[in-house]
Design a protein around this ligand. Structure first.
Ligand code: GDP
Length: 196
């Protein structure tokens, strides 16, 4: 039976490693800089408007949110990064939490890194991609806000994303628009393939 992504429920928010979920279900970890549209992508996948919180005080939440999908896997919403107006204390807390999550052996089945299709990936995006690669898990890149691009910009921008993140040929970039829905079926297909 295909995994039904509309059967989604919030489980918990973890602010420290003792709250990490370790029950053996697959974990699809979603990462991206603040405001890239991570909540909007998640909402699009589960087909709900206000499931993950959109535009919730960028950078203010240093916690990992777990959503259970169809009782079969977790969609793990990692806290956004790269928001300029964040205190050093908060940045440090973010770093420790990420380090702990990425080092907790075998938690991540698949990394989903969301980048902005309009821009060259930032240094933080490159770092986050490397975090995933170092765990040995497969990574899918979601190039969001595709609706903001002219047709002629799409190919060169996708190529720039591949180049900047130094993607291997087997790593897939999914052109996506959380706003319009482009890429939804391709991404769901990839997520299902990794879990079934
Ligand atoms: P998050 O901080 O990464 O969770 O980002 P949000 O989901 O809160 O989105 C940040 C802003 O980008 C909001 O104003 C969204 O409406 C907007 N946004 C998200 N995805 C898209 C998209 O695909 N296209 C466009 N045009 N705007 C988007």
């Amino acid at each position: 039976m295909a995994i039904n992504f509309t059967r989604a429920e919030f489980v918990l928010s973890a602010a420290s490693p003792n709250q990490f979920v370790r029950d053996g279900l697959h974990q699809l970890a979603f990462a991206g800089r603040s405001n890239v549209g991570k909540s909007s992508v998640i909402n699009r996948l589960v087909n709900r408007k206000n499931f993950a919180r959109v535009g919730a005080s960028p950078g203010k939440t240093t916690q990992i949110n777990y959503f259970r999908i169809d009782n079969k896997l977790y969609l793990v919403d990692l806290p956004g990064y790269g928001y300029a107006r964040v205190s050093k204390a908060e940045r440090d807390r973010w770093g420790r939490l990420m380090e702990n999550y990425f080092q907790s052996a075998g938690l991540i089945s698949l990394g989903v890194l969301i980048v902005d299709s309009r821009h060259k990936p930032t240094a933080d995006d490159v770092t986050m991609h490397n975090f995933f690669v170092q765990t040995g898990c497969p990574v899918v890149i979601v190039a969001n806000k595709l609706d903001k691009l002219k047709k002629s910009e799409i190919e060169p921008n996708l190529a720039r994303i591949r180049e900047t993140l130094e993607l291997r040929p087997d790593e897939i970039v999914v052109p996506f628009s959380a706003e319009r829905g482009d890429g939804k079926e391709q991404l769901l297909g990839l997520l299902r393939k990794f879990c079934e």
